[in-house]
Design a protein around this ligand. Structure first.
Ligand code: ADP
Length: 438
């Protein structure tokens, strides 16, 4: 500013000195003429700079180089340019913050809908689009109460900012269950937050079913034992042969209860293990030997059992006891669900560095609709058949847990009436070959 003032003053003074000098040496008119010409020149020069400034500003100056104006105008131009650059940088920062905020909102698993005072959708994230089957692009500014006709939800929405959350199943005919809360947001906006609790509900149902199943499984043998004990108390003179039979049955039933409780404890201990099984090398040859003896024992020569170890020099990196438990569950099932004289093949092989343990039988087989449910606790295709062969319905659930602790997968192939093949596949990093080939 000071610089601009000094330059203007100097220009006027220079024009005056030149005008006076010319006025003296020639004539006063020439002096005035020189004075006004110089001033006009000065005004023209500054008007040109003003024009350049206006052109630069209209081209959104901050993004282009400001013109080389010279003298005092340089300072004005550079100050304006700095101001413009600062504004642009603040704008960019705000834009970035907005994008970041929007991305965070979009990544949230919870649904979020911003509603205005008339319940019109201002904004929502993709989770909310999924939960309420809405589309932000299509439904922006639509009233939520118009899009969702669920009566309990509408009554809750009418409350404004209800303190209580609401639990709604199948809000638009879908299967999901939502827990929804309303959060006051600003004076005329509300935030609706939804949370998909379908899995929690399923887990809760599984837990309830499990408790009911355990109670039922234990009640049956307990009823038998209780009934026989009553018979013994009420009939002190009962025949010895009947007493022997009663004791035998009581013994069988208590064994059965022990077996169920043991398997439940083993399953519960497996389920509470959060870490993968340790990587201790367990010889496959040793495992197969144990399994072979066990299979022969429970089959009692009723079946043709063949054990094939295609890679005897291999080791599974895991827990020996758990692996024996998983393998013997599969083999015991093959024996129990294969009629006498049936064939059972137990095979170990390495394919593409992965270790495959499979048990193939020519037994009763399993209908397709049951296959995906077999690893559920207490799930049995035929309860009576399972019980009569000493089954608890927990064997495959245990196998699945052990497999998961060893990063292995369980595959079940079966054809009703023809037989089944159960295969455990261990990943390469759970396999060690004696020659250390990997
Ligand atoms: P269970 O103690 O009843 O055998 P499992 O969990 O081991 O329990 O198996 C669940 C169900 O899967 C069994 O009740 C049976 O119906 C079916 N199943 C398992 N293995 C076989 C098999 N090899 N052949 C036919 N069905 C089988």
């Amino acid at each position: 500013m000071v610089r601009f003032f000094i330059i203007t003053l100097s220009a006027v003074l220079l024009a005056a000195i030149l005008g006076i000098t010319i006025g003296y040496s020639l004539e006063a008119t020439w002096g005035w003429l020189a004075f006004s010409s110089l001033l006009l020149l000065f005004i023209f020069y500054n008007t040109k700079k003003l024009y350049q400034l206006s052109c630069w500003l209209s081209k959104h100056g901050g993004n282009t180089h400001f013109p080389n104006a010279g003298n005092a105008w340089d300072q004005a131009f550079s100050q304006l340019s700095a101001l413009e650059k600062n504004t642009v940088s603040i704008q960019n920062k705000l834009k970035e913050a907005l994008i970041r905020f929007q991305k965070a909102g979009e990544a949230l698993p919870n649904g979020i809908i911003v509603l205005d005072k008339d319940d019109r959708i201002q904004w929502c994230n993709p989770s909310a689009e999924k939960h309420f089957e809405i589309n932000l692009e299509r439904d922006r500014l639509q009233a939520l109460s118009y899009l969702i006709r669920h009566s309990a939800f509408l009554a809750w929405l009418k409350l404004g900012t209800p303190k209580e959350s609401i639990l709604i199943k199948g809000i638009r005919g879908s299967e999901i269950t939502l827990s929804i809360i309303m959060v006051p947001y600003s004076s005329d906006e509300r935030l609706l937050v939804s949370h998909d609790v379908s899995q929690v509900e399923i887990d809760e149902k599984v837990r309830r079913d499990f408790v009911a199943n355990v109670s039922h499984e234990l009640r049956t043998p307990l009823t038998v034992v209780g009934g026989f004990i009553e018979t013994l108390i009420d009939n002190p003179n009962i025949e010895k042969s009947t007493v022997d039979h009663i004791y035998q049955t009581i013994h069988q039933q208590t064994n059965r209860m022990f077996h169920i409780v043991e398997e439940l404890l083993s399953l519960s201990s497996l389920e509470s293990q959060q870490f993968p099984a340790p990587k201790t090398p367990v010889s496959v040859e040793f495992l197969l030997e144990q399994i072979k003896q066990m299979a022969a024992h429970i089959s009692g020569q009723r079946h043709h059992i063949e054990v094939q170890c295609q890679d005897p020099e291999s080791y599974i990196l895991g827990s020996s006891n758990a692996l024996i438990s998983a393998f013997s569950n599969l083999v015991s099932n093959a024996v129990r669900y294969t009629p006498d004289q049936g064939q059972i093949n137990i095979v170990w092989r390495i394919v593409n560095n992965e270790g495959l343990f499979s048990v193939q039988d020519t037994g009763i087989g399993i209908a397709r609709e049951h296959i995906t449910r077999l690893t559920e606790r207490f799930y049995r295709v035929d309860k009576e058949r399972s019980r009569s062969t000493g089954g608890t319905g927990l064997g495959l659930a245990i196998v699945k847990q052990i497999a998961s602790h060893h990063d292995a997968s369980l595959d079940i192939q079966s054809t009703l009436g023809e037989g089944s093949t159960f295969t455990l596949t261990f990943p390469a990093d759970r396999i060690q070959l004696a020659n250390n080939s990997h």
